[in-house]
Each structure stands twice: as structure tokens, then as C-alpha cells.
Design a protein around this ligand. Structure first.
Ligand SMILES: [Zn+2]
Length: 288
């Protein structure tokens, strides 16, 4: 699914949006060196967005949106997980510079599920082709249903309705479910939403929708703003199995999906690259 057709589709989408034009030149200059980057910044027309320490010409894009949450010890974990830990290695006072050691479960906060997470024959995250990490982003909004149904699932009809409004799902797309669930992070227990009998209740992809995407569309992966691709009450993780055994990757606990258009954005996935990764924390962006 990441063959020449997908690469061509992504490249053509990027060309269309101008990333390999002015913005691409600016990004490349930044990578080559400060001197080049300075020259590029001087040449950047007014309107380039200031992001932290640099200025990047955005071409036909208007914004870069961070789709990752900050990893903290208090971020909700799937039951049985070990909280993120950060311990001091070096301090300015003792060492003259600052450094920490981190300990983190792979499936913590905003993170990737690699095919190998559910498929013994599947590829691990470090070996996924990067051609799938830049993709047209489709956002399917089920927040209306999720507001009144903790067990809401993104259904095949939601995908068909998205296509009726936005046109066919682009080749090589990444499809994300927006349920509005991240608002619950203000009270982490409600994000997990575990009932007294142990059952979790939060939205996810219905396996039939995942099957439609895998069999009848051309996607690189699927993502959610909840902590699992499957809805919380799933007993068989059928969406995980369907998507990951088809070689797709997943992104869970995505941030800020509600600020994005339903179509037209491009996702950029900075996936984990440690050896044998079943997944791992990911820095994910959208170009809008
Ligand atoms: Zn995961």
C-alpha cells in the first residue's frame, strides 16, 4: 500500500500544496545550515508562521497544528500500564548541562501502533516505510454522537457521509476519528471512563468501518482522539486486528483534531524508531 501509486499521490498532493516549492526550499535550507536558513528567512515573505525558534515559509499552507499531547506521569494509561517516569541524569549545578532519563510504555499518550502490535508477521515501527508518514488527512467527526454515547463507534456510514461531503478519500490517506474525547483529559479518569465492572467506555472505530477502509479504500493508517482504535468496550480488538494485520499503522490519543478541516490537511507523523518497536510515542503534525 506504500508502493509507487501512494508515493505518487502524496508527492502530487504535496506539489499541489506547494510544500516542495517555497516551503520545501525553506525546510531544506534549514536542514542544510543556519547560514542558508538565515538567507531563506530573509527571503520569506510576510505571512510565514513563526513557530518557536524558526520561521518557515508555509507555501499554500496557513498553519502547522500539533497533534501530540505532552507525555506526563498523569496521562491516562490502558489498565495495567506503567506511568511515564522522568529522572534526572545531569543538572546545570552539578554537570553544567541538563539531561534526564525516561521510562515510558510504548503505548503511552499520543503514540503509534505498528502492525507488529497485533500481527506476529507484521512490521515493527522502526521498519515502517516513511512514505506512509506524510499523507492526506481525512477527519471524520462523530463528536455529536459521542457527546451522548460513550460507546459511539465510527461506522461505514460515517465514511460514506464524509465522502459525500468531501469527495472520494484520497489515495494514501490517513483517516482520523474526532470524538471530542480529549476535552476529558482535564479529568483523566473520565478519559479512560472505566465502569465498576472493569469495562472501558470511549469511542473508537467499528470493525466494519475499518474493514471498508482496508478492503475498499487506499489508506496508510487510522487514528483516534481516544486511547484505542477500538471502542473501549471491545472485547476482541477487531479494529486493531483488521487494520494492523493489513499492514496499516494506528495513532492513538491524537490532539487538536477538532481544529482541523474535514479534508485538505496533510498529516506528518514523526513515529518512534527504537529497535523492535510495537509502537511508541509519536510527534504528529498537520499542515493546514
Ligand atoms: Zn497503542
Amino acid at each position: 500500500m506504500c508502493g509507487p501509486v501512494v508515493m505518487a499521490a502524496v508527492r502530487s498532493e504535496m506539489d499541489r500544496r506547494g510544500l516542495f516549492g517555497a516551503a520545501g526550499a525553506a525546510l531544506l535550507a534549514g536542514a542544510i545550515g543556519a547560514r542558508s536558513a538565515r538567507a531563506t528567512r530573509q527571503a520569506t515573505p510576510v505571512g510565514g508562521a513563526v513557530t518557536g525558534q524558526g520561521t518557515v515559509a508555509l507555501g499554500s499552507f496557513t498553519a502547522i497544528v500539533d497533534l501530540s499531547h505532552t507525555i506526563t506521569p498523569g496521562f491516562p494509561l490502558f489498565p495495567g500500564g506503567t506511568p511515564f517516569e522522568l529522572s534526572s541524569l545531569q543538572t546545570y549545578e552539578a554537570d553544567g548541562y541538563y539531561g534526564n532519563r525516561i521510562s515510558v510504555d510504548e503505548h503511552t499518550a499520543t503514540h503509534m501502533d505498528a502492525p507488529a502490535h497485533f500481527d506476529p508477521e507484521g512490521v515493527t515501527a522502526d521498519l515502517l516505510p516513511v512514505t506512509g508518514f506524510v499523507a492526506p488527512l481525512a477527519v471524520v467527526d462523530i463528536s455529536g454522537r459521542a457527546a451522548t454515547d460513550d460507546d459511539a463507534q465510527l461506522a461505514p456510514d460515517d465514511i460514506l457521509a464524509w465522502e459525500a461531503a468531501n469527495g472520494p478519500l484520497p489515495a494514501g490517506a490517513f483517516l482520523a476519528m474526532f470524538s471530542g474525547w480529549e476535552a476529558r483529559l482535564a479529568d483523566p479518569a473520565t478519559f479512560l471512563n472505566q465502569a465498576e465492572d472493569g469495562t472501558l467506555h470511549f469511542p473508537g472505530f467499528h470493525p466494519d468501518a475499518t474493514r471498508l477502509l482496508v478492503d475498499e479504500r487506499d489508506i496508510v493508517g487510522i487514528g483516534v482522539d481516544t486511547m484505542s482504535l477500538d471502542f473501549g468496550a471491545s472485547a476482541d480488538f477487531a479494529t486493531h486486528v483488521t487494520a494492523l494485520t493489513a499492514g496499516k499503522y494506528g495513532l492513538e490519543s491524537l490532539a487538536n483534531l477538532g481544529t482541523l478541516p474535514a479534508s485538505g490537511a496533510t498529516i506528518i507523523v514523526g513515529g518512534p524508531k527504537h529497535q523492535s518497536a510495537s509502537g511508541g510515542p509519536a510527534r504528529v503534525f498537520a499542515l493546514v
